[in-house]
Design a protein around this ligand. Structure first.
Ligand code: ATP
Length: 207
């Protein structure tokens, strides 16, 4: 068993749809920083052998499993799609487990600080569990344009997601650090590199 003399502090990385969280996250990984995002943790908690998968099969039947024993996400989505009660049951099962998974994973990180990426960091209240909040900020026009260029989606769908997320100003009000991602990727990386050097000087996320 390896032992570790320190616990890394946690940076919460957030931003609206298409703001550049994944692009920023990739840069942190290149810099050797350990990182997890909410989607990864959501997949881990339902891996074969985990108690959550057994609970889901018990409730919805073996039809939610693929031949290889993995969760068939499409089948489950289909079952809960038109059933708010089932969806609520699933959320109540998974949300606390995902939260635990994220923070126990990050506590084991081997870098001086670790990053948690979530589009809903502030909306979910999880910003209270991190030591510092970094917001990737772009004007809404750029958010929409980049999301439409990336995804096979409609302007209406993007607007609906924007509406469900925090307004830009409210998100910025929770930021300890802000990266403006309105220029090219090189400009984004330069800002992340600068912040990384600053972060390495911090203890517990504080100067
Ligand atoms: P979501 O929350 O929707 O998953 P995100 O915040 O992770 O989005 P990214 O996927 O990183 O955003 O960026 C959205 C799109 O914009 C991607 O196609 C990405 O390659 C592109 N992009 C990000 N930053 C820049 C930039 N500075 N210049 C040009 N394109 C960029």
């Amino acid at each position: 068993m390896t032992s570790k003399a320190f616990t890394p502090w946690i940076l919460g990385l957030t931003g609206g749809i298409g703001s550049g969280k994944s692009a920023a996250a990739e840069r942190f990984v290149e810099l050797g920083v350990h990182l997890v995002d909410a989607d990864q943790a959501a997949r881990w908690v339902v891996e074969p052998g985990r108690p959550a998968l057994a609970s889901i099969v018990e409730r919805f039947g073996p039809g939610v499993l693929q031949g290889d024993g993995q969760l068939d996400r499409a089948a489950l989505r289909q079952l809960i799609f038109a059933d708010p009660a089932q969806r609520k049951w699933l959320e109540q099962l998974l949300h606390p487990l995902i939260g635990q998974e994220i923070f126990s994973y990050l506590a084991k990180a081997q870098s001086p600080y670790a990053v948690y990426v979530s589009p809903l960091l502030i909306e979910s209240g999880q910003h209270q569990k991190v030591q510092r909040v970094l917001v990737i900020d772009v004007p809404q026009e750029i958010q929409v344009a980049r999301t439409l260029a990336r995804d096979n989606t409609s302007p209406e769908q993007v607007q609906a997601i924007l509406k469900a997320q925090l307004a830009r100003e409210e998100r910025l009000a929770h930021a300890d650090d802000v990266v403006n991602n309105n220029a090219d990727l090189a400009a984004l990386y330069t800002q992340i590199d600068r912040l990384h050097h600053f972060y390495l000087t911090l203890r517990g996320g504080q100067p």
